[in-house]
Design a protein around this ligand. Structure first.
Ligand code: G
Ligand code: G
Ligand code: MN
Ligand code: NA
Length: 255
């Protein structure tokens, strides 16, 4: 309960902010920035920087994730509008938690927020985890279908870490998988890891899914991904999360 009020207080006092991490098209000839992922940050006046890995699970438990998610979407809409006005109408990916799928009208609500700033549904990606899809609930399906029908893309975050069953890839309207960074961690040195990564990419390609490899930290990993036919990549080697105000300059460095 204390955590709940601390988060609500933090929203009111503007302690949260958003960083954007570029997702790069690595496949020639379309090399360049494909989209960005919005990542929430909390700077507490007393406790300093608190990692989302710590506060998101707590926000999920207390329900404050609903307010945080609302706040984040507002901020994303605002930043999108600003960037578009400056000639950079980006596609932005947001992370959503299971708890945010309880209200069957959520999808419609998010779309309304986009339309208020003229952000096309095609400019939004919603990242969800595998665990969300393992629960067959009509409410969640309705939200996913509402979003997809309007043109929002759906991505599976941390792909490969949740469940071994990939059945849900057939049953849900998924556009993209984000291969969890644990698969890339020991590549290209560890041959078994390379084989696993290769298999995941093959499955995704054969299902005609868009693939983002997460956690690219060196040029050897990037070269491997290109060789395996992965189209998009994200990671500290390519670009760190940055404020919206720095995206334009970063975009120019890509040429
Ligand atoms: O940015 P960082 O790697 O520290 O993020 C840690 C975790 O927090 C990641 O799993 C990321 O998906 C999650 N996260 C970041 N921003 C948001 C958000 O706005 N909403 C939700 N639900 N999760 C987020
Ligand atoms: O679960 P999700 O994919 O949303 O998590 C995104 C998190 O991954 C962000 O907090 C971001 O800071 C982190 N991240 C992004 N690129 C890298 C990377 O190259 N290496 C590591 N270790 N973490 C990364
Ligand atoms: Mn993510
Ligand atoms: Na991830």
């Amino acid at each position: 309960m204390q955590m709940h009020s601390a988060i609500l207080e933090g929203i009111k006092r503007q302690q949260f902010y958003v960083l954007y991490q570029p997702i790069i098209n690595v496949a020639e000839p379309h090399a360049g920035m494909a989209k960005v992922e919005a990542l929430i940050r909390w700077r507490h006046p007393q406790y300093g920087d608190i990692s989302p890995a710590d506060f998101i699970p707590l926000a999920e438990r207390t329900g404050a994730i609903l307010e945080l998610g609302e706040w984040l979407l507002q901020q994303v809409c605002h930043d999108w509008q600003q960037l578009a006005a400056n000639g950079l109408p980006l596609t932005i990916a947001i992370n959503r938690s299971l708890r945010e799928f309880n209200d069957p009208d959520k999808g419609k609500h998010w779309l309304t927020e986009l339309s208020k700033v003229g952000m096309p549904a095609q400019s939004l990606v919603v990242e969800i985890t595998e665990s969300l899809l393992m629960r067959k609930r009509q409410r969640q399906l309705k939200i996913l279908h509402d979003l997809r029908q309007a043109g929002v893309s759906l991505a599976i975050d941390d792909f490969g870490t949740g469940y071994s069953s990939m059945n849900y890839l057939r049953e849900y309207p998924i556009d993209c998988i984000k291969i969890d960074r644990s698969f890339l961690k020991d590549c290209p040195q560890d041959q078994r890891q390379v084989s696993l990564l290769e298999a995941l990419i093959k499955v995704a390609l054969s299902l005609e899914l868009n693939i983002v490899a997460e956690g690219v930290e060196n040029p050897e990993q990037l070269a491997l991904l290109k060789q395996l036919g992965c189209q998009q990549a994200q990671g500290f080697y390519l670009a760190k999360p940055m404020p919206a105000s720095e995206l334009q300059a970063f975009f120019k460095t890509l040429g």
